[in-house]
Design a protein around this ligand. Structure first.
Ligand code: KIV
Ligand code: NA
Length: 266
């Protein structure tokens, strides 16, 4: 199977085929998600609160993203690997965005990058796409701005906010973005953005009208004690891993492991 490419974003939207996207932070899990047929793996800066022990995404560094991205990209053969530009690595100028994004491609092996924001980063996105770096946008709830947004809450409610969201989406499309993630947006607003854009929308907490869906893998697989209300748990992997761990501990303690089958007789 040939690797998923940015051109497949547009093709999927034209053909009405839903796009699938999941976060991945390391090679062990990325290999599984790739084998299962996920179109896009997102090395999200949600690595901060899901893997690195931070409260949110803000402390995540570009160096950490490079390491995680390299681990994910080396483990995949089909999925397109999109890496987040972390907070502080791109906002100040298009040049910052290019220098940071180039590291994610050259050192990390990413195929595309994702940035948070709309019209504000139009010129950043334009420089990236004109320089050969595919871009995925991210609008609605943008966690890197949670201090300005007043917490993790639904965005785009009300006519003015919905209109601003549409304008931001069109601005990103104009700058050459290949797709846009819509996070925590009312279903009708996400549907409207999806309708006015030629490029696909990928929703998370944005209803079923988007052209694709993305989830954080640890939420989706039942690894976390808490997850947002829009998440469905598709498996109890955390429970399965704990059970395996307990079984190993018990087998060592009662000396049923290692047995002769798992030892060298001589
Ligand atoms: O970092 C992340 O996991 C994300 C998704 C929620 C879209 O940006
Ligand atoms: Na992110």
């Amino acid at each position: 199977r040939k690797r998923f490419r940015v051109q497949d974003f547009a093709r999927a939207k034209e053909e009405g085929r839903k796009l699938t996207m999941l976060t991945a932070y390391d090679g062990v899990t990325a290999r599984i998600f790739d084998h299962a047929g996920m179109d896009v793996l997102l090395v999200g800066d949600s690595i901060g609160n899901n893997m690195l022990g931070h409260e949110n995404t803000i402390p995540v560094t570009l160096d950490e993203m490079v390491v995680a991205t390299r681990s994910v990209s080396r483990a995949t053969t089909y999925a397109m690997v999109v890496a987040d530009l972390p907070f502080g690595s791109y906002e100040a100028s298009p040049r910052d965005a290019f220098v940071s994004a180039a590291r994610l491609l050259k050192e990390g092996g990413a195929h595309a990058v994702k940035l948070e924001g709309g019209a504000r980063i139009h010129d950043h996105v334009r420089l990236l796409t004109e320089s050969g770096i595919p871009v995925v946008g991210h609008l609605g709830l943008t966690p890197q701005s949670e201090n300005m947004l007043g917490g993790m809450r639904v965005q785009g409610r009300g006519d003015a906010a919905a209109e601003r969201l549409c304008q931001d989406a069109l601005s990103l499309q104009d700058a050459g973005a290949s797709a846009i993630v819509l996070e925590a947006v009312p279903t009708p607003v996400a549907a409207r953005v999806t309708e006015i854009l030629a490029i696909p929308t990928i929703g998370i907490g944005a209803g079923s009208q988007c052209d694709g869906q993305v989830l954080v893998w640890t939420d989706m697989a039942g690894m976390n004690d808490w997850s947002p209300s829009f998440v469905r748990t598709f498996g109890e992997v955390g429970k399965a891993l704990e059970d395996a761990t307990r079984a190993y501990i018990a087998a060592v303690r009662d000396v049923s492991f290692p047995d002769e089958d798992h030892s060298f007789a001589r």
